[in-house]
Design a protein around this ligand. Structure first.
Ligand code: SF4
Length: 704
C-alpha cells in the first residue's frame, strides 16, 4: 500500500467501501463541515472536513455520536393529530401528510380571518431551514412574528453588541490575541465552536494570557492563567470599575476613542458621578480592588486583547448593562475588529431559497410582538412574555404557534405557565424529530427529517464569509419530511404553491447560491465556500445611529433607558429561607436539550447534578455524590449533588441539560437526571427581553 497522509479511520472506511459525502454537523448550532462515510445506507464513520477553516478537520464527541439520530427508534415517523382536549396528556392519531397540510391551512385561514395574520407566531431553536417557514408565514401569510430562541440564550450579548457596534453577532479571533478576558463564558466546556476552542488553546501555547471571570471554576477557568471567582450577577460592576482605572490612568486608546467612539467624555464623567471605583466594586463582586486594578492595567497594556461574553453575564435582570460594560472595555482600548479582538462577523452573499414577488408579499399591519411588548431593543422575542400574549391577549392576541425544532416547555423558565399557554392556542404545530414535552401539548405534530436526512445551505460560523452545505446522506426515517417539503405542502393548500417551485433541494440551492462564486455541484464536492477574513472595519463606519462605536447609546436613550451602562442589583437576592443563588453550567458531552436520547453520549454523561461549595455542603449536611432536594419558592427537584471547591460560596451551579423525556418520548433520556427550569419564576430582562435563568434563590437539603 502506498504511503498516505490520510488518518487511519478514513483509510479503513474507504477500504471497506464507504462513500464519502461532504456535509455539516448540526448537533449544535456551530455546524462544523464534515465528511460522512456511508455504506449500505448507514453512516459508518464521520470526521471533520480537513479543508474547512471552520473546524479544520475536527469534530467533538456530540458530532461523532450524531449518526444515532438517523436510526433512533424513538423518532417520529408519521404526522399526528391530537384526539383529546388540551390540558390532558396528549393523545394522537396518525394522519396522512395531505390531511396534516389541509388541517393547518384551514386553521391558518380561520385565524387570519378572525384575529389577523399577526396572531400566528413561529419560534425555533435549532433553526434548520427555518427560512422556508418565514417565506410562508411572514412573506405570504403576513405575520411579523418570526422568532428564534435567543432570549433563552445569548440575548444580552447580542443586544450589547448591537447597541455598541450595530452588529448582532460578535465572534472571537483568539488565534491572534495576547490577552483574553472571558466573562462567564465557558468556551471549552459549553457547546461553543470547535475552531474557536482550538484557536484559544493554540493562542495560549503561543503566550496569550487567559483570564476567566466566573463564579464557577469551569473547564475554561481550569485552563486559564487566572480565575476570578466573582459573585453571580456582578460582572457589570467589575467591568465598569476596570473602565474607570483605564480612563483615570490614561491607558485607553486616545486616537481610537476620539475618532471612532461616541460619548467617551460623557462616559468618563458618568463613571466618576456614579463612584464606580475598584473599591466600590470590591464590595459588590467579592474581588479585591487591587486585583481589579491590576487586571485593568494588564488588559489595557497588552495588545491585542479581547474582553468577551456569551451567556453567563446575562441571565440576570442587569445582564444588558453588564454586556455593554464588558464590550466598552474593548472599545476604549481600541480593541475592536482587529486581529486578536472580538470580530464583527462577516457574512457570505447567500440569498433566499425562493423569490417571492413583491405583489405577492403581504405587509404586516401590526408591530412585531417584541416591539408591541415594549422591548424595542430586543434582538428576538422575549419568550417569557409569549404566554401573556396567548393567555391574556397582551399586547395583542396570539392564537397560532409553530414550534420548530425547539422544546419551550422544557427550555423556558416557569414550565407551568408555558404549559398553560398551550391550552389557549387555536393552533399549535410542533415540527419535531421526537414526541417531545412540547409536542405533547400541540394540536398537530409533524415529523421532520434530521440533518443527516435533509439538505441545508447556511452561513458558516467562521470569522470570515463562509457558506456550508448539509446533504442528505441516509434515507429518511419513516414518513418524515424536511422543512422545505412541509412548507411547500402547506403553501399548496393555501393556494401559494407557485412560490415554492422546486422539485429537489438542488433547485432552491441554486437560487440561494446565485451570488456566491461557487455552483451547487462544486459545493457538493467541497462542502463549503469561504472567503478571506476582513479586519479593521470600524474606520469605515458602523451601522449604529452615529456610525461610531456607541459608548453613549442613542438607541437606549430613544427607548427611554440609560445612555451609559449602570450597575443595578439583580432582582432575586437569597435570604434566610432560601439562602443560595442558582447559577447554571453545561456539559461538553451534550448540547442543551438535544442529545439526551443518544445512548453513546448518555453512557459518558447520563445524569446531571448540582454543584455546591464544600463550605455550604458542610453547613447544610450535604455529602458528595448523594441525592439532594433543591427547593425554590416555586418548585423542588431531586438531583445528584457534587461537593466542589471551585464555586463561589453562597451559590449552587446546576449542570443543565438533562431531565428530559420524563413524560415524553425518549426511552434513553427517560428518568435520567433532573430538570431545573420550573424552579424559576418568570423574570425578563427589562431591556433585552432575555430569560433570567439565574434570578432564583434556593435551599438544599439531603433528599429523603
Ligand atoms: S461542535 Fe457542534 S457542530 Fe461541531 S461537531 Fe460538535 S456538535 Fe457538531
Amino acid at each position: 500500500m502506498s504511503v498516505t497522509t490520510k488518518d487511519l479511520g478514513s483509510q479503513l472506511a474507504e477500504i471497506k467501501g464507504a462513500e464519502v459525502i461532504k456535509s455539516f454537523c448540526y448537533t449544535c448550532p456551530w455546524q462544523c463541515p464534515t465528511e460522512v462515510f456511508v455504506r449500505d445506507g448507514r453512516i459508518v464513520y464521520q470526521k471533520g472536513n480537513p479543508e474547512s477553516p471552520n473546524n479544520i478537520g475536527s469534530r467533538c464527541a456530540k458530532g461523532m455520536a450524531s449518526w444515532y439520530v438517523s436510526q433512533d427508534p424513538d423518532r417520529l415517523t408519521t404526522p399526528l393529530l391530537r384526539t383529546n382536549p388540551k390540558g390532558e396528556r396528549g393523545e394522537f392519531k396518525q394522519i396522512s401528510w395531505d390531511e396534516a397540510f389541509q388541517f393547518i391551512a384551514n386553521k391558518l385561514k380561520l385565524i387570519a380571518d378572525k384575529w389577523g395574520p399577526e396572531a400566528v407566531a413561529l419560534t425555533c431553536h435549532h433553526d434548520p431551514n427555518t427560512v422556508f417557514y418565514h417565506h410562508l408565514l411572514k412573506d405570504l401569510y403576513g405575520s411579523p412574528n418570526m422568532y428564534a430562541h435567543t432570549s433563552g440564550c445569548e440575548q444580552d450579548r447580542r443586544s450589547a453588541c448591537l447597541t455598541l457596534f450595530g452588529h448582532v453577532f460578535p465572534m472571537h479571533d483568539f488565534a491572534n490575541s495576547k490577552f483574553v478576558m472571558l466573562w462567564g463564558m465557558n468556551m471549552l466546556g459549553a457547546n461553543q465552536g470547535l475552531w474557536e476552542s482550538r484557536a484559544l488553546i493554540e493562542a495560549q501555547a503561543k503566550g496569550c494570557r487567559l483570564v476567566v471571570v466566573d463564579p464557577n471554576f469551569t473547564e475554561t477557568a481550569q485552563k486559564a492563567d487566572e480565575w476570578v471567582p466573582i459573585r453571580p450577577g456582578t460582572d457589570g460592576a467589575m467591568a465598569l470599575a476596570m473602565c474607570r482605572v483605564i480612563i483615570d490612568e490614561k491607558l485607553y486608546d486616545e486616537a481610537f476613542v476620539n475618532q471612532y467612539c461616541e460619548g467617551f467624555n460623557g462616559f468618563r464623567d458618568h463613571l466618576h458621578d456614579k463612584g464606580y471605583t475598584p473599591e466600590w466594586a470590591e464590595e459588590i463582586c467579592g474581588i479585591e480592588a487591587a486585583t481589579i486594578t491590576r487586571l485593568a492595567r494588564e488588559f489595557a497594556t497588552t495588545k491585542p486583547a479581547m474582553s468577551a461574553i456569551f451567556k453567563g453575564s446575562g441571565y440576570y435582570t442587569n445582564g444588558h448593562d453588564a454586556g455593554r460594560a464588558c464590550y466598552i472595555l474593548d472599545a476604549i482600548c481600541g480593541e475592536v475588529d482587529k486581529p486578536g479582538n472580538i470580530h464583527l462577523k462577516d457574512w457570505a452573499p447567500l440569498g433566499a431559497p425562493v423569490e417571492i414577488p413583491a405583489d405577492a408579499m403581504r405587509q404586516p399591519e401590526k408591530d412585531p410582538l417584541h416591539i408591541a411588548m415594549g422591548y424595542a431593543l430586543a434582538p428576538d422575542l422575549p419568550n417569557s412574555r409569549l404566554p401573556d400574549a396567548v393567555i391574556n391577549g397582551d399586547p395583542y392576541p396570539v392564537k397560532g404557534l409553530f414550534v420548530h425544532a425547539t422544546n419551550p416547555v422544557m427550555s423556558d423558565p416557569n414550565r407551568d405557565r408555558v404549559m398553560e399557554m398551550f391550552k389557549h392556542l387555536e393552533l399549535a404545530v410542533a415540527c419535531e424529530l421526537y414526541l417531545s414535552e412540547t409536542a405533547l401539548e400541540c394540536d398537530i405534530v409533524l415529523p421532520e427529517t434530521s440533518f443527516h436526512e435533509q439538505a441545508e445551505i447556511r452561513q458558516g460560523m467562521w470569522l470570515g464569509p463562509e457558506v456550508v452545505l448539509c446533504q442528505p446522506v441516509v434515507d429518511r426515517v419513516g414518513d418524515s419530511k424536511p422543512p422545505y417539503e412541509i412548507v411547500k405542502g402547506i403553501a399548496e393548500k393555501m393556494g401559494w404553491g407557485e412560490h415554492f417551485p422546486y422539485e429537489k433541494w438542488e433547485d432552491w440551492g441554486e437560487v440561494m447560491m446565485k451570488d456566491v462564486p461557487m455552483s451547487v455541484d462544486e459545493l457538493k464536492e467541497k462542502g463549503f465556500w469561504a472567503d478571506e477574513v476582513k479586519y479593521n472595519r470600524v474606520p469605515g463606519g458602523l451601522p449604529t445611529p452615529s456610525g461610531k462605536v456607541e459608548i453613549y447609546s442613542t438607541d437606549y436613550v430613544n427607548a427611554g433607558f440609560n445612555a451609559y451602562p449602570e450597575f443595578t442589583e439583580r432582582s432575586v437576592i437569597p435570604d434566610e429561607e432560601f439562602p443560595l443563588q442558582i447559577t447554571h453550567s453545561k456539559f461538553s458531552m451534550h448540547c442543551n436539550i438535544v442529545t439526551q436520547n443518544n445512548p453513546y453520549l448518555m453512557e459518558i454523561c447520563g445524569e446531571n447534578w448540582v454543584e455546591i461549595n464544600s463550605v455550604d455542603a458542610a453547613k447544610y449536611g450535604i455529602q458528595d455524590d448523594t441525592y439532594v432536594t433543591v427547593e425554590s419558592p416555586k418548585d423542588k427537584i431531586r438531583i445528584l449533588a457534587k461537593v466542589v471547591e471551585g464555586l463561589v460560596p453562597g451559590c449552587v451551579s446546576i449542570r443543565h441539560g438533562h431531565g428530559f423525556g420524563h413524560w415524553a418520548m425518549g426511552s434513553v433520556a427517560k428518568g435520567k437526571g433532573a430538570h431545573s427550569n420550573n424552579l424559576m419564576d418568570t423574570h425578563t430582562n427589562p431591556v433585552t427581553g432575555a430569560n433570567c435563568y439565574n434570578e432564583c434563590k434556593v435551599r438544599v437539603r439531603p433528599a429523603n
